[in-house]
Design a protein. Structure first.
Length: 216
């Protein structure tokens, strides 16, 4: 079965297209076809990246999002000997895009998984007077060429009128995404842990299983 779409973001909104994609993943997953599974994820991730021009701003619960994504990675990668720990505080909601902030954070966490020198990755959420920030701390140096590198994370922050910077040396990396605080609590969005780990079309699976470096 082959799936194509001229509108990259429709797979998230059209139940028929989503069901067709899910059949592809289920078939490969149930038959242990890792090669096809990775190809599907790479294809799906490219569709999502193509939709980057559509970037509606929302009011997002940053601390809930960071906690869910971190716990999802910890569950899915625990057999690899990796530990992802969330130790942030409840923060004021921020103005950003829920889906792409999720993907940006996953970019940093999968980068730490692939290139970090330690088996422990820590995620924190803190806030200042005007910003809410997510900090990813890991041993080693991140690879800027991976998955469009850190530039993708920077673009997500800039499109949200936020900031991104990274401090690293040979032994340690601290990557920080900053987003402006929101005063609008209507339609508050947060990432649900169950949907992340149960839906194989979620950004979590797309990022972790669609990595080019995992093709070998």
């Amino acid at each position: 079965m082959h799936f194509e779409s001229t509108k990259p973001y429709n797979f998230c909104q059209n139940d028929i297209d989503r069901d067709r994609l899910q059949l592809l993943f289920d078939h490969s997953f149930n038959n242990g076809d890792k090669s096809s599974l990775r190809k599907h994820y790479i294809f799906l991730r490219q569709l999502e990246l193509n939709s980057f021009i559509d970037f509606p701003l929302e009011t997002v619960n940053i601390s809930a999002l960071a906690e869910s994504v971190t716990m999802g990675c910890d569950i899915l990668l625990s057999q690899m000997g990796m530990s992802f720990i969330f130790c942030g505080n409840e923060t004021t909601p921020a103005v950003c895009n829920q889906r792409f902030v999720t993907k940006a954070l996953l970019n940093l966490l999968s980068n730490a998984y692939l290139f970090g020198s330690e088996k422990l990755v820590t995620v924190k959420t803190v806030e200042s007077q005007n910003f809410v920030q997510i900090e990813v701390q890991s041993g080693g140096v991140f690879d800027n060429t991976y998955n469009n590198g850190l530039q993708f994370v920077c673009d997500v922050c800039l499109k949200s009128s936020g900031r991104f910077f990274i401090m690293q040396n040979t032994f340690h990396t601290n990557a920080i995404m900053m987003f402006q605080k929101s005063t609008d609590y209507n339609n508050l969005k947060s990432t649900d842990l169950y949907s992340l780990i149960s839906d194989r079309l979620s950004p979590l699976y797309v990022e972790l299983f669609g990595m080019e470096y995992h093709q070998n």
